[in-house]
Ligand binder design. Structure first.
Ligand code: GUN
Ligand code: FE
Length: 425
């Protein structure tokens, strides 16, 4: 018995399948040494005497995973939202990210980011930093202290940046990357490095070759962007005339799934060959509906990805997206899927609440292993939700209460949060 062995009592909700929920009212979910031992109507004999927190009538759900966000963009989210991707990067994002050369500024900005992220229903996240090694390591220090489990990436970019935000050469970028990996690979309990070539337009072939060697040597996962915006896709065609679609620009260097666990953000306009290659290589898609709406990128065909059995989770993509809570990404995913169905392709049915819940929990969580469910053996990530301030004269079922919390709640409704059995909030 230790501090990471306890029970929570309440209304327990988790995915039964990718399209159905399991709801256990007034039940117990047990954490045994950081792992989930299951959900029970009574406290089993074996666990009598372990600490039990009775949440009364609260809902208890698995923690949510944000598969894609940019920490240095948190400070200016919800400004400059009237541009498309490439103009937004050049005029707003790159100048802002250049500021992270200044560690004092980075400390101020990343402290706010880490504190705010702690208050969300998210327990895991895959985070882009900037190209600067000292500021990235500072971000990792701060994230480690939150108790959330995260992967953080020093960004690689050796072309098409600005004079203030671009690495000197492919070799310099690779050299900084190795230093950063050596510094951080075994340093933290809760944070791991993830290779982060920003996107193809930012990375020369030479840099991709070097990152491929680094990936193999250290056996690291990777995150990047894919087929987000029409202008971007056309640009990649010009930059990589030897490839027949965008995904190949990563795949030709072995940086597209397979033995390189990979998250590709967006996949709004992926062609059929790209979709099939993602499926074959087991690439995770980070669906970021709020960002895709803000930057007018489009609406990803998520129904198709689910039907094809691709790995898919949700991302806030702050600051393309304005809200860090993955509850917001769930409702946005449902809403844009309805617009796509109505206006673009009536053969792809809108997403259901159950499907959005699955993507937010186990869909994205799976990138971290057995995460995002209360099945036996899963890492114990849980969020306790109190809806007593969402007043109504009606009597709601637990399923209705969950839906209302997803659509209406904010950080104030979160009464507790655990990651891998550790109390974060
Ligand atoms: N593509 C390359 N960089 C970025 C970024 O910072 N945000 C988004 N949404 N797309 C990108
Ligand atoms: Fe992004």
């Amino acid at each position: 018995m230790n501090q990471r062995t306890f029970a929570l009592k309440g209304n327990i909700c988790c995915s039964e399948t990718s399209s159905s929920l399991s709801i256990s009212e007034n039940s117990y979910v047990i954490c045994e040494d950081g792992l989930c031992a299951g959900v029970f109507p009574f406290l089993p004999e074996k666990y009598r005497g372990i600490p039990c927190m009775d949440t009364k009538d609260c809902l208890i759900i698995p923690g949510l995973t944000d598969l894609h966000l940019h920490a240095p963009q948190y400070g200016y989210r919800a400004t400059g939202m009237d541009l498309e991707l490439l103009d937004w990067l050049n005029t707003i994002t790159f100048p802002q990210e250049a500021r992270y050369r200044d560690l004092e500024f980075a400390e101020k900005a990343y402290s706010i980011f880490a504190e705010d992220l702690k208050k969300t229903p998210n327990t895991r996240a895959c985070i882009f930093a900037t190209l600067h090694v000292p500021a990235t390591e500072l971000l990792m220090d701060l994230m480690d202290k939150t108790g959330m489990k995260t992967m953080v990436g020093k960004v690689n970019m050796d072309r098409n940046g600005t004079p203030q935000l671009q690495e000197e050469s492919a070799a310099a970028s690779a050299c900084d990357t190795v230093k950063w990996i050596e510094d951080t690979l075994d340093k933290y309990e809760n944070v791991k490095p993830i290779l982060t070539p920003r996107f193809t337009p930012s990375c020369s072939d030479k840099l991709m070759e070097l990152l491929s060697e680094i990936q193999k040597k250290y056996n690291l996962p990777l995150q990047s962007h894919l087929s987000e915006n029409y202008g971007e896709i056309e640009w990649v065609k010009e930059l990589c005339p030897n490839t027949s679609f965008y995904g190949e620009a990563y795949d030709q260097f072995g940086l597209f799934g397979g033995s390189c666990p990979t998250i590709m953000a967006h996949c709004v306009h992926s062609c059929e060959e790209e979709i099939q290659l993602m499926k074959k290589r087991g690439v995770y898609i980070a669906h970021c509906p709020q960002s895709n709406t803000n930057l007018a990128s489009g609406i990803a065909p998520v129904r198709k990805y689910l039907d094809e059995g691709l790995h898919i989770g949700l991302g806030s993509d702050v600051a393309g997206g304005t809200n860090a809570s993955i509850f917001r990404a769930m409702t946005d995913a449902i809403q844009v899927s309805k617009l796509r169905w109505r206006l673009v392709d009536s053969s792809l049915k809108p997403l259901t609440l159950e499907e959005a819940f699955y993507m937010a929990t186990e869909g994205g969580g799976a990138f971290f292993g057995k995460v995002g469910n209360f099945k036996k053996g899963y890492e114990f990530d849980a969020v306790i939700l109190d809806d007593c301030n969402l007043s109504s004269p009606l009597d709601f079922s637990v399923k209705d209460r969950l839906e209302r919390l997803i659509y209406l709640s904010d950080d104030r409704n979160i009464k507790g949060k655990f990651t891998a059995g550790n109390k974060v909030l």
